[in-house]
Design a protein around this ligand. Structure first.
Ligand SMILES: *Cc1c(COP(=O)(O)O)cnc(C)c1O
Length: 400
């Protein structure tokens, strides 16, 4: 156990403020030291000196595919099946729209009530835009498998629940969708860089995710989209942007999709932001995801048993079995918002999700057992001394 924690620790790669125990890398990863220098160099040497020549000379045009391949290695996707761009919300829209076109006779998009709202909102907007009588059907997470029937066109699921950390079984649900003739779309927002994922092995058609959570690409880092290799030349991009065109610089008046996953590009990529992400991905070159997973589980188990032993007011809201949990642990507490604020004031950064969830992310690249034990010490004090019961911690800010 202890060994796993040691093997993946890469604390020296990150610029973490002293006195902070960061348990929110599941929401926004910390700054990799190399990203600062990389972005500065990119701005100076590429943007500054090359100007528009950078698109060719610095490889900005190929960057979404090049970075996509690096992300793909972390999620079991072969080279050439992942491309970067836009935000995750946009990528959900693209994936679901393309998936619906693959089963034109069906009308149901199935998801679960634990899914992150933007995924559901994007589907609701898509349904309105298409105006073909589609229905978004939501079931409880545990009921998803049984709800995949012959009416379902698309199954859209986020593998790891953002609130509870509950984890779907990608292999079995993907196989069930396939057997039922439905198209599987996975959202890996809380999976990429957190748990081992075998995209090619599970056989799903599409996957999407973001890179500012466990992958540490920074606020605004681009999303990724995966399209299974045999489908990539057939999918119809709903957002037919010029950089997904077969020949953008032919400036044809008619859209003709590029070959492969490149057709899922839309417009100009966020080049500066991707320079930060490329530096962040360097950290991952030396990481074995299964070792990272073991280390994460070890930290989570210590956290759960210590909190349950010392802080009875908190109720575990995550699955107790590690195999059914992603890389976060959540506890329910009526005054959870204030308790998280009180913890942040003491340097322990977690976050809060409505209505009563205190959420803590476990990221073995920069967290060790001592950090976890120290965090529990703070939680114990905040709860024992009712430090949360202070008016300064009650006012909700825009981002919780
Ligand atoms: C974080 C997250 C998002 C965020 O979408 P953006 O468009 O990047 O803001 C979407 N879906 C899920 C499941 C998430 O966890």
């Amino acid at each position: 156990m202890r060994k796993g924690v040691q093997v993946v620790l890469k604390k020296e790669f990150f610029d973490l403020p002293t006195g902070v125990i960061y348990l929110d890398g599941n929401s926004l990863g910390p700054l990799p030291k190399a990203a600062q220098a990389r972005v500065a160099a990119m701005m100076q040497d590429e943007w500054g000196q090359m100007l528009i020549r950078g698109w060719n000379a610095a490889g900005w045009m190929e960057q979404p595919a090049r970075v996509g391949d690096r992300v793909g290695r972390l999620i079991g996707a072969p080279a050439g099946t992942v491309v970067m761009g836009d935000t995750l919300s946009v990528k959900v829209y693209q994936a679901v729209a393309a998936a619906l076109n693959m089963v034109p006779e069906r009308r149901v998009i199935l998801s679960d009530r634990g899914n992150f709202p933007t995924d559901l909102y994007m589907v609701q907007g898509l349904i309105q835009a298409l105006d073909r009588g589609y229905e978004l059907r939501l079931v409880e997470p545990a009921a998803v498998a049984d709800a995949i029937d012959a009416d379902v066109a698309v199954v859209l699921l986020t593998q790891v629940d953002y609130r509870t950390g509950r984890m779907h079984d990608m292999a079995s649900i993907s196989a069930q969708a396939q057997d039922a003739g439905a198209v599987m779309v996975w959202d890996l927002a809380h999976s990429a860089g957190a748990v081992p994922v075998d995209l090619e092995g599970c056989g799903c058609a599409f996957a999407v995710g973001c890179t500012y959570k466990y992958l540490n690409g920074g606020p605004g880092a681009p999303a990724f989209i995966y399209v299974r290799k045999d489908l990539a030349d057939r999918v119809e991009p709903v957002l037919a942007g010029w950089l997904g065109h077969d020949a953008p610089f032919a400036f044809d008046l008619d859209y003709r999709p590029a070959s492969g996953v490149g057709r899922m590009r839309v417009g100009t990529p966020p080049v500066i932001q991707m320079a930060a992400l490329e530096a962040a991905l360097d950290v991952w070159e030396a990481v074995d995801i299964s070792e990272l997973r073991s280390a994460s589980v070890a930290l989570q188990e210590i956290f759960i048993s210590e909190v349950e032993a010392r802080v009875p007011a908190l109720t575990l809201a995550s699955p107790r079995a590690a195999a059914h949990r992603g890389s976060q642990v959540s506890f329910a507490f009526e005054h959870g918002y204030a308790a998280i604020q009180a913890l942040i004031a003491r340097g322990v950064i977690g976050d809060f999700r409505s209505p009563d969830i205190m959420r803590f992310g476990f990221t073995p690249l920069y967290l060790d057992e001592a950090d976890v034990r120290a965090a529990v010490d703070h939680i114990e004090v905040v709860m024992r001394d009712r430090l949360w019961d202070n008016p300064v911690y009650q006012t909700r800010q825009a981002v919780t």
